[in-house]
Design a protein around this ligand. Structure first.
Ligand SMILES: C[S@@+](CC[C@H](N)C(=O)[O-])C[C@H]1O[C@@H](n2cnc3c(N)ncnc32)[C@H](O)[C@@H]1O
Length: 273
């Protein structure tokens, strides 16, 4: 049984699976839960007028577009992602925006990027660190790329806390764990980062956590489970005969107004000392 986090192994997916992930990233960015989480720390990502921001693991560029769209954003923004398909989509989506000339998208591996040291005023990663092969190498690379005194921001879920209600608690717990293991390479990494930051030359300036909870209705967690439940079967953790009824029970709970799902998310804003 092997879990293959679809965002870590995106370059091994077929065209249809990539299209589904592109659609998921774009629809997620419009979800009110997602926009609330991003908008809370987006002001921290606005550089001075000549400043440069880098988003590592930018996907289809949805978060970077939200940032550059802000009326107070006057700088330049660069997004990098390992997936050439996501970067093509990002370039397509930004092309019609009035701020297109402030944004550049490039293919690159977050573990070793081509930019010179200290190229950026702000470097951030929005739901990247939970997916990468080696989160501490990515952190080191982010620190290398930010100027001394510059800002580094990391946002992600503590996915080990993700849960969907099911009357059979034991099965529900095992399916939660399977969903998380199939979808995230590093579901607990946000617990480690505050401890690691000083070793990487970072001073944590502010940090907060938020419980994302959908009770009765569900949009954010509905889209999540619909997209990633098939990867539980693909990883061999549970057969489709178990996963499909579980997924159907979640959708029915939404239709009935009895849904429950939750996960905690964390935002860390640090400075390179
Ligand atoms: C959940 S998506 C987040 C995309 C974007 N930040 C957003 O919030 O819409 C995670 C992204 O990380 C990218 N990724 C994973 N490992 C990577 C790596 N080693 N280098 C660059 N990008 C990577 C994936 O290709 C994917 O686009």
């Amino acid at each position: 049984m092997t879990a293959k986090d679809p965002h870590r192994f995106v370059n091994e997916l077929d065209a249809a699976a990539i299209e589904r992930l592109i659609a998921r990233l774009e629809s997620r960015a419009k979800d009110k839960v997602f926009t609330r989480l991003f908008d809370r720390y987006a002001p921290e990502l606005v550089p001075g007028p000549e400043g440069q921001v880098l988003e590592v693991g930018c996907g289809t560029g949805a978060t970077l577009r939200s940032l550059v769209r802000r009326p107070d954003f006057r700088g330049r923004a660069v997004g990098v992602d390992q997936s050439a398909d996501f970067i093509d989509a990002a370039r397509r989506f930004v092309a019609t925006e009035p701020f297109a000339d402030q944004v550049e998208f490039d293919v690159g591996d977050a573990h070793r990027l081509d930019f010179p040291d200290a190229s950026f005023d702000i470097v951030f990663a929005h739901t990247l660190i939970s997916h990468v092969t080696d989160p501490l190498s990515v952190l080191r690379e982010m620190v290398r790329l930010v100027k001394p005194g510059g800002k580094l921001a990391i946002f992600d879920g503590d996915y080990a806390s993700m849960t969907y209600a099911l009357p059979d608690h034991d099965l529900g717990q095992r399916l939660d764990a399977a969903l998380v293991k199939a979808s995230f390479n590093n579901p607990r990494i946000m617990r480690d980062l505050p401890r690691m930051m000083p070793e990487f030359g970072l001073k944590l300036e502010s940090a907060w956590g938020e419980a994302v909870v959908e009770i009765g209705n569900g949009s954010y967690f509905k889209s999540f489970v619909e997209t990633y439940a098939p990867y539980i079967v693909k990883a061999g953790f549970f057969p489709a005969e178990v996963v499909e009824p579980w997924l159907a029970a979640q959708i029915k709970a939404i239709e009935d107004g009895t849904f429950f799902a939750a996960c905690t998310y964390y935002t860390y804003i640090a400075r390179r000392v």
